[in-house]
Design a protein around this ligand. Structure first.
Ligand code: ADP
Ligand code: C5P
Length: 245
């Protein structure tokens, strides 16, 4: 998933070419726990020009032909930490952290493969990085200004996942259940859930927890306000002076 909130201003920059601080939010949690939904809610509530959601799903490694065959039979593990290309994740996050444009791969769940086209992003003042292993890699953790873990009951996640994977990801319900037993549940217990320890904030029930989400939004807004002098003003001053001429 990738979403840009763009109020029509050009990508931000400074007159003196300085890198601007970028605020980074990591959101981890089990599959279908509500990570994307929480990320979107935060985006909707932030009144800053450029907010981008980067989904870890974009960084699934390309499968070898035999692995792909197994994936179609719900018999390939796509929930192990090694399923993701962390070098690419770090390249994208590092680009955005330093105010550079970047290119994000796109993934097709129906074919278990990356799409041919990637998506260009021209910069962001807030980056939300969400995925089952968003709080797993130490280098990624270092980049995050705030780390959130969405903790939703696994039966609720499974019910949502069945509906979503059938409606959006080209799956059949029994296949989803097989994959859940074999890979999703064991990997959650062994690898995903322990990353809760890396979180600053745990949000029980995901999107249903309005109070926790509002607190998080207030926190992020306060952090952004605190850095307004250095982040937002140079952009606006620069744009106004360009328009005045
Ligand atoms: P994740 O990003 O963790 O996989 P999503 O936010 O994409 O989870 O949610 C998975 C599915 O569950 C989606 O179809 C979404 O619309 C639905 N969903 C998420 N949160 C809720 C909620 N609080 N109530 C009802 N449906 C929800
Ligand atoms: O969006 P969500 O966090 O649910 O995405 C992660 C899940 O996607 C993993 O649990 C994995 O099993 C599933 N997946 C899949 N098929 C792929 C790639 C990932 O079912 N080709």
């Amino acid at each position: 998933t990738l979403m840009l909130k763009n109020d029509g201003r050009p990508p931000w920059y400074t007159a003196d070419g300085k890198n601007l601080p970028v605020y980074m939010v990591g959101i981890a949690g089990g599959s279908a726990s509500g990570k994307t939904s929480v990320a979107k809610r935060i985006v909707e509530s932030l009144d800053v020009p450029w907010v981008v959601i980067i989904s870890m799903d974009s960084f699934y490694r390309r499968l070898a032909p035999e692995e792909s065959k197994q994936a179609f039979a719900n018999n390939h593990d796509l929930d192990h930490p090694s399923s993701f290309d962390y070098v690419s994740v770090l390249r994208v996050l590092d680009d955005l952290k330093h105010g550079r444009s970047t290119s994000v791969p796109q993934y097709d769940f129906a074919t278990h493969a990356p799409r041919d086209k990637s998506q260009n992003i021209y910069g962001a003042s807030v980056v939300i990085f969400e995925g089952i292993f968003a709080l797993y890699d130490p280098e990624i953790l270092k980049m995050m200004d705030v780390k959130i873990f969405v903790d939703t009951d696994s039966d609720i996640c499974l019910a949502r996942r069945i509906k979503r994977d059938v409606a959006d990801r080209g799956r059949d319900p029994l296949g989803v259940l097989d994959q859940y037993d074999r890979f999703v549940k064991p990997a959650y217990d062994s690898f995903v859930r322990p990353t809760m320890n890396n979180a600053d904030v745990i949000i029980p029930r995901g999107l249903d927890n309005q109070v926790a989400i509002n607190l998080m939004i207030q926190h992020i807004k306060r952090q952004l306000d605190g850095s307004n002098a250095t982040i937002m003003r140079p952009i606006l001053v620069d744009q106004y002076s360009a328009a005045d001429q």
